[in-house]
Design a protein around this ligand. Structure first.
Ligand code: 4AD
Ligand code: MG
Length: 431
C-alpha cells in the first residue's frame, strides 16, 4: 500500500489507508491505545486494540511515546469525538524510531524552547509559521517575476559599509578585514545598468547590539532596484509587494492563521485598502497633536514613536522625506529642500515597526562624495560604486524589506525570533 498524507487520508474519509508520521500524543490502557499521529499536513487519532493486531504491532504501539515515528495501516472512519473528526482503526502498526524522554513538556519557558529550537520546530505553532514563511518567500519571488524583474545576486563578503559602520560584522580575510553584507545595494546599483529591474532575497547581517523583539543579526532581506524609477514608483512597488504577499498568505494559509489565532481582519485591510502616506514632518505633527509626543525636527523616529504612530492607523504607513542626517549617504536630496531626502520607511500596523526601507538614489557625484566624507568614509574605497554616476547615470530607486519583520507581523508573533527557524541574535548562535 502507498503511504499518503494525513490530509489526503481524511479527504478519502473511508476505507483502508497507510500513513506515517510522528506521535503527537498517546494514551491508553493495557488493551487499547489512542495514538495521535502527525505529519506535515495534519494530525489524526489512531486506535490500536491489542486483540485486533499482531503482537509486534501491539508492542510497537505500547512503546510509542511523544515524537516517536511510526507507520500505520488501518481503516479510516469519521468520528466526531476525535480531534480532527476522523479516526484510524489500526490493522498494522510499525514503530520506526523510538523517542524516549521527549524534553519539551507543557508550559515551557521561552528560553528553553529557544534552546530546544531544533526540536520545537516540530510543534504545530512552529510548523504553521514555517508554512507561512514558505508562502511569503514564494510570493515575493512571484511578485517580482510577474513585474518583469530579474533575480540578481550580490557578494556577502564586502569591503565597505552601506548602512553605517556601527552594525558591520568584520571578518578576518587572508590578513585583511572584510565585512558581511548589510545590503546588496552597492552592487545592485551597478547591475541595473545591465538588467534595469532586479531583485533578490538573501541574508543580510547587522551587528545589532540591541536585544529587541525586532532585531536579528542575520535576517533575510528582499531587495529591489530599478533604473529610471522615481521615489513614488518604489513606494508603489513596496505597497503592491506587501499586498501581494498578504493576499497569498490569506488564500494559502487559512488553516495556519487559524492555528496561530491570528485575527485576519487587519490582514484583509492591508491587502485591500491603500496604505497611508505622510512626510516625516507630518508624522511629527500627528505625534504631537494625537499623542502629545514632542520630537525635535531632525531626530530619527525611534521604536516607541513608530509604535505610537502605528496605533493610530489600521494599515501600513509610508513615512517619506526624512531629514538627510538620519539617513544613509546614497539617498537623493530633495530639490526643494536640501535638508530632507527621498527616503521612506514602511511602518507596519500593530507596533511591528519598519518593514521596508527605501529611497530614490542620489545621482550627483559630488554630493555623494561629500556625504561619504561627512560620514568619515574615504570616497576612494567606493570608486566602483561611484562609477555608476560617471558612466551614463540614470535616475533610479530601490528598497529593502526585512522578510522576518513582515512574517512576524503577518503571524502577530511576540518576537521576531520565531519568524526564522534558527535565529541569530547578539546572545544566541545555537542551535
Ligand atoms: O532600512 P535598511 O537598513 O535599508 C537598507 O539596507 C537599504 N540598503 C535597502 C535598499 O534600499 N536596498 O534595511 C531594510 C530593511 C528594514 O526596513 C528592516 O525591515 C530590515 O531590513 N532590517 C532588519 N530586520 C531584522 N533584523 C535587523 N537587524 C534588521 N535591520 C534591518
Ligand atoms: Mg531603515
Amino acid at each position: 500500500m502507498d503511504f499518503i498524507s494525513i490530509k489526503k487520508a481524511m479527504k478519502q474519509g473511508s476505507g483502508d489507508v497507510a500513513i506515517r508520521g510522528w506521535c503527537y500524543r498517546a494514551r491508553g490502557s493495557s488493551k487499547l491505545r489512542f495514538i495521535i499521529l502527525r505529519d506535515s499536513t495534519d494530525i489524526i487519532q489512531c486506535v490500536v486494540e491489542k486483540e485486533k493486531v499482531s503482537e509486534q504491532s501491539w508492542t510497537g504501539a505500547e512503546k510509542t511515546d511523544i515524537e516517536a515515528s511510526a507507520e500505520v495501516i488501518g481503516e479510516i472512519v469519521p468520528d466526531a469525538r476525535a480531534p480532527t473528526g476522523f479516526e484510524i482503526k489500526v490493522k498494522d502498526f510499525n514503530l520506526i524510531g523510538q523517542s524516549v524522554g521527549w524534553p519539551i513538556q507543557k508550559d515551557q519557558s521561552t528560553e528553553l524552547l529557544a534552546d530546544l529550537k531544533h526540536l520545537w520546530l516540530r510543534s504545530r505553532y512552529m510548523t504553521s509559521i514555517l508554512k507561512i514563511r514558505s508562502t511569503v518567500f514564494g510570493a515575493i519571488n512571484e511578485y517580482f517575476r510577474k513585474e518583469g524583474f530579474y533575480e540578481f545576486q550580490s557578494p556577502i563578503f564586502q569591503a565597505t559599509q552601506a548602512e553605517g559602520g556601527s552594525t558591520l560584522f568584520p571578518v578576518a580575510y587572508f590578513g585583511k578585514t572584510v565585512y558581511l553584507a548589510q545590503t546588496w545595494q552597492l552592487y545592485a546599483e551597478p547591475a541595473i545598468f545591465s538588467l534595469e529591474k532586479i531583485y533578490c532575497i538573501a541574508p543580510s547581517f547587522r551587528a545589532e547590539k540591541s536585544k529587541t523583539s525586532r532585531h536579528l543579526t542575520e535576517y533575510w532581506h528582499a531587495e529591489m532596484e530599478v533604473a529610471w524609477a522615481n521615489f513614488e514608483d518604489i513606494q508603489n512597488h513596496g505597497e503592491a509587494l506587501i499586498k501581494h504577499v498578504v493576499r497569498k498568505v490569506l488564500t494559502c494559509n487559512k488553516e495556519e492563521l487559524r492555528l496561530l489565532n491570528r485575527d485576519t481582519k487587519i490582514l484583509e485591510t492591508v491587502a485591500n485598502a491603500p496604505f497611508y502616506r505622510m512626510t516625516y514632518s507630518d508624522a511629527l505633527r500627528v505625534l504631537n497633536e494625537k499623542c502629545s509626543i514632542e520630537i525635535e525636527w531632525g531626530k530619527d523616529l525611534r521604536t516607541i514613536e513608530e509604535d505610537e504612530l502605528s496605533k493610530l492607523y489600521n494599515n501600513f504607513i509610508i513615512v517619506t522625506h526624512y531629514p538627510k542626517l538620519v539617513k544613509a549617504f546614497y539617498m537623493k536630496e530633495d530639490d526643494a529642500n536640501a535638508d530632507v531626502v527621498h527616503g521612506c520607511d514602511f511602518i507596519a500596523p500593530e507596533c511591528y515597526g519598519e518593514v521596508i526601507g527605501g529611497s530614490e538614489r542620489e545621482s550627483d557625484l559630488d554630493k555623494l562624495k561629500a556625504r561619504l566624507i561627512e560620514m568619515g568614509e574615504n570616497p576612494e574605497h567606493y570608486n566602483f560604486y561611484l562609477d555608476t554616476r560617471r558612466y551614463g547615470s540614470v535616475p533610479h530607486a530601490g528598497f529593502g524589506m526585512g522578510v522576518e519583520r513582515l512574517i512576524a507581523w503577518i503571524c502577530k508573533l511576540e518576537n521576531i525570533k520565531d519568524a526564522i527557524p534558527f535565529p541569530r541574535t547578539m546572545i544566541r548562535t545555537t542551535p
